[in-house]
Design a binder for this molecule. Structure first.
Ligand SMILES: *Cc1c(COP(=O)(O)O)cnc(C)c1O
Length: 228
């Protein structure tokens, strides 16, 4: 009841923005994903490869699986056959591996480039200059089994909504800049993945096309249930 109501609430809320909901099911058991599925939800997000690989075969085949967490190159092969969108690509070397695995499974794997927008220290994400370089690089243009569909970012974890808004705004500005610049045939600025349970309202106002909501749908995460 709770999960199904939450799904309905978010679907209605996102509708006017034309944005899509990714239900972030990490640490939650497949029973809860099934519940959300029965409410009509089809896009699910996981942040760990092993957990996604364990859950995927237990659930309906028309689910879109979004890998939203950091991805190590040696794990790309496990998700390459079925993943819908890889959100957190942050290096050319990772793109090269995704391209290689895409070729192996004769498919084109859609990706987003993760942009570092928060003030917090983190190892992950590209700065705007690196994003511009990567998306216009001859190396990417030569990849036949990868497609860059847009950008992804995470705002600072702060109660300062102005700060969060500023960070999302900067990501949207980069997205718009790249949209009108010369991109290779396998890159487009179509998806802007930003917004989580704590900041989705700001993200939607700033132009998000994909919000990644976990806690506000499924409740607190169940670390004892995690498969990893
Ligand atoms: C866990 C996670 C989310 C969802 O977080 P909530 O605060 O539970 O909505 C969104 N994006 C990423 C990258 C995550 O790892």
């Amino acid at each position: 009841m709770g999960i199904q109501n939450n799904i309905a609430k978010f679907q209605a809320l996102l509708n006017p923005y034309g944005a899509r909901l990714i239900a972030v099911s990490k640490t939650h058991p497949v029973g809860k994903i099934q519940e959300a599925y029965e409410a009509g939800q089809r896009l699910f997000g996981e942040n760990k490869v092993q957990e996604m690989v364990d859950k995927q075969p237990q659930l309906p085949g028309d689910i879109e699986w979004h890998l939203i967490g950091h991805l190590q190159r040696n794990k790309v092969k496990y998700i390459a056959p079925f993943v819908t969108l890889i959100h957190a690509v942050d290096s050319l070397r990772l793109l090269e591996e995704i391209n290689k695995q895409g070729a192996k499974f004769t498919r084109i794997i859609p990706c987003l480039l993760q942009v570092y927008i928060a003030t917090e220290e983190t190892k992950f994400g590209l700065d705007p200059t690196e994003v511009r370089q990567l998306v216009t690089s001859p190396e990417l243009a030569g990849m036949k089994n990868v497609r860059v569909d847009g950008l992804m970012g995470m705002a600072s974890l702060t109660a300062n909504t102005q700060q969060v808004q500023k960070e999302f705004h900067s990501l949207k500005a980069l997205f718009e800049e790249l949209k009108v610049s010369a991109l290779p045939a396998n890159a487009q600025m179509k998806e802007l993945s930003m917004g989580m349970s704590s900041d989705y309202e700001i993200a939607l106002k700033e132009g998000s096309t994909l919000v990644r909501i976990g806690t506000a749908i499924f409740g607190e995460r169940e670390y004892s249930q995690a498969n990893t």
